[in-house]
Design a protein around this ligand. Structure first.
Ligand SMILES: [Zn+2]
Ligand SMILES: [Zn+2]
Length: 199
């Protein structure tokens, strides 16, 4: 019997959510990171040095940070960037600290999933989950060199077939003049949001 550690329990929690398990864990970790950053990290000189060196976050995470609507934290953090030359944005070795956290989180989950693919307890729980989204399925397959077990492929293929039927039925019954990919449409087609949403 394999030992169970934090990554395993975190994976089980992801499977019990109604989302792609990887998206669920990544979102939970990055939200927690941003909250901690606002309450403690703003005064962390190591973080501030890296933030300045990388010219802030990537555009997506800059927006995510803004959405937290903490004006003081935003002012303190982004003031550090005011003295930089805009050309420093072009530096090749720039990374976003939140993107790095996400990559590390994803890699840990992929390693844990790979270990558990033949574990009956994990398999029974996973087949009751929403399954991986399109993006994480592709990345996981690539990570384990496409050595996905048959049950894992069958489970996702069945989900996709159901989704195609459901989406077709929706498109046929809706007014074709509306934007088929608007958020409200995606919300209405059960499962499509989980399949295409990253995080
Ligand atoms: Zn996902
Ligand atoms: Zn980023």
């Amino acid at each position: 019997m394999m030992e169970k550690h934090l990554p395993y329990f975190s994976l089980l929690e992801g499977c019990s959510s109604s989302k792609c398990p990887v998206c669920f864990i990544v979102k939970k970790n990055s939200d927690r990171y941003l909250e901690t950053l606002i309450y403690e990290g703003i005064n962390d000189s190591g973080f501030r040095i890296n933030f300045k060196k990388n010219f802030g976050f990537c555009p997506v995470h800059t927006w995510q940070f803004q959405e937290l609507k903490d004006s003081l934290a935003t002012a303190i953090l982004f003031k550090d960037l005011l003295s930089l030359e805009p050309e420093s944005l072009l530096k090749k070795n720039k990374t976003c600290q939140i993107c790095n956290l996400i990559k590390d989180t994803e890699d840990r989950i992929y390693a844990e999933m790979k270990l558990r693919l033949e574990d009956l307890e994990f398999k029974n729980l996973f087949v009751k989950s929403s399954g991986l989204c399109f993006y994480h399925y592709a990345k996981f397959a690539l990570k384990i060199k496409n050595k996905l077990p048959q049950w894992f492929k069958d489970f996702h293929n069945k989900k996709i077939e159901e989704l195609i039927t459901e989406t077709d039925r929706y498109i046929k019954t809706e007014d074709s003049t509306i934007d088929q990919f608007s958020v409200s449409v995606v919300e209405k087609v059960k499962g499509l949001k989980n399949y295409i949403a990253i995080y």
